[in-house]
Design a protein around this ligand. Structure first.
Ligand code: GRF
Length: 202
């Protein structure tokens, strides 16, 4: 046993992904080495070729693919998504590179129960292309944030952040890699904070 969490209940997680799933992997690993006491009950992807699906299968986790292209309406897709999620009644929904904006309907339905990881020191650099924007702005510091998801895009209460220096010779890719290493550390930590009831509500 590696921490005090082992006395508590097992937190159930549903993880939403769209791509590589390296953050998903960090959570799978943190569960395996008992850094966090949780169970991923399903991984849902909107892309059938997301590598994260293979990571999930390898770990024996149920996977669901729900492509979004056939839905013209955001809420309509999110209702289908919610039907999948509700089959597992998770304690927490983890957005790990899920490249879709969730509707206010979905966010409200699971209010206080959705975490997202964003590659910037929020509230700075919301949105996409953060690493290049940080370089273009001449910042000396960058990082990643885990936050609760609210209706405001990348705007919910911050749970934990990690900082990295921006080096003189960095390009967007080298910076992305340095930030991603930190993401893999802080996302499991954020889940642990949630389990301990230490996540801010506002
Ligand atoms: C990460 O950079 C995360 O911050 C952002 O999407 C990327 C997902 O990467 N939300 P991965 O799929 O976890 O490797």
């Amino acid at each position: 046993m590696t921490n005090d969490q082992n006395q508590g209940k097992v937190l159930t997680l549903v993880v939403l992904i769209s791509g590589s799933g390296s953050n998903l992997q960090s959570i799978i690993d943190a569960i395996a080495d008992r850094t966090i006491k949780a169970r991923i009950t399903a991984v849902i992807s909107n892309h059938s070729d997301a590598y994260g699906l293979e990571r999930a299968s390898k770990a024996g986790i149920e996977t669901i693919v729900e492509p979004h292209q056939q839905y013209s309406d955001r809420k309509q897709y999110d209702q289908v998504l919610a039907r999948h999620v509700d089959r597992y009644s998770p304690d927490l929904i983890i957005l790990a590179g899920f490249m879709r904006i969730l509707s206010p309907w979905f966010v409200t339905r699971y209010s206080g129960k959705i975490l997202n990881i964003h590659p910037s020191l929020l509230p700075k650099y919301k949105g996409t292309n953060t690493h290049q924007r940080v370089i273009d702005a001449g910042e000396t510091e960058h990082g990643a944030s885990v936050h609760l998801v609210t209706e405001e895009l990348d705007g919910g209460p911050i749970v934990i952040q990690a900082r990295v220096p921006v080096e003189r010779d960095d390009d967007a890719e080298s910076l992305r890699r340095r930030v991603l290493e930190q993401e893999h550390i802080i996302y499991p930590q954020a889940i642990k904070l949630f389990a301990q009831g230490k996540v801010p509500t506002e």
